[in-house]
Design a protein around this ligand. Sequence first.
Ligand code: 6CS
Length: 380
Amino acid sequence: MIIFNKKSFILALMIFLTLGLLAACGGGDDTSSEGDGSGDTEESSDSEGSSDSGSDSGDTEFEEDTWRFVTEEVEGQVQYVYAEEFGKRISEKTNGAITVEPYEFGGLGSETDQVDQLMQGTVEMAVMSPGFTGNMVDEGQLFALQFLFPTDQATTQEILNNSEALNTDLREQYEEHSITPLAYWSEGAMQWTSNDHPLKTPEDFENFQMRVQTSPLIMESYEQYGANPQEMSWGELYTALDRGTVEGQENPIFFIGDASFHEVQDYLTMSNHNNYVAMTTVNTEWFNGLDEELQTIVEETVTEMQDWVFEEQKAQNEEYLEVIKNDEENPTDVVELTDEEVATFREEAKEVREFYRNEVSTVDGAILDKLEEEIAEYTE
Ligand code: 6CS
């Protein structure tokens, strides 16, 4: 028979309170973090301040569910770590009920296959590049317009966050295809790489075999410079560059370095001719079918991660510039453009805006017009 005296009662009470406190701090959520494969949910989420958002889901019991989140990149690269971080935060905010499963590029097919999967709801979420929706959402191709956004990355990100043209008008265009872009974010300024000669003037592009994503407007942009653009998945790009099937490509620095394209290229031109814009997207019908509290959690998480992903891409782009410069086995000539050289490209690129307005846009360029006005407000 167990006899409770005062001492043992206080001891039992203390143990009980300590266990309760640990559980409240997340120390007892073994079951909740089981599914996300991250193992360090509580620590990283706390340090990123992910629980300071408006929604308080502390008492809500969410139904267990798994959301598939496909990306166009592989482990360690910006899109993939974004999906991982998003998953950690969602798991924490739903007390472990929701597991987000990030998918690396390749596991579910090519980039355009992934667009189809999101549209059909085979996956719930995707990080998507507008360059791969070019044959479907005409207006989304405006991201291919070179020298449209300011060179300053922080200002560009602010415009992406706040633009009504993008977050309302363009979103509606995507929603006609069951794709809801919840946010647009930059993976960094794009640069050109090439073999044989650096790309410094439009003449350097004459008959140049340039790899591009599947967007008629990206094709047009390089045809304007006299190049022969070729559409291709990035999964085939290293080999194509190595064999000379294509001679050059465009991408942010982290991607050039991490995918080792610099190993099979001689020159990196710091052209800053565009930003690599990615979208956090959800299948429209799936998202609209979620209960309101979950919708709010998703939206808040996406919003709070805009700053997080800005810092992530910045760090990766800085890191890989050093990697490329210091790779003695595979030397790359890093070339800066003069102001005059940039001005020449800028002038040529303006012609493509007219092409977009007249030949691509289904709304007579209205979204681009609005976006240009918004950009002007940030830059004038
Ligand atoms: O060049 C591409 O197609 C790839 N580039 C980046 C920065 N992310 C994924 C995309 O598929």
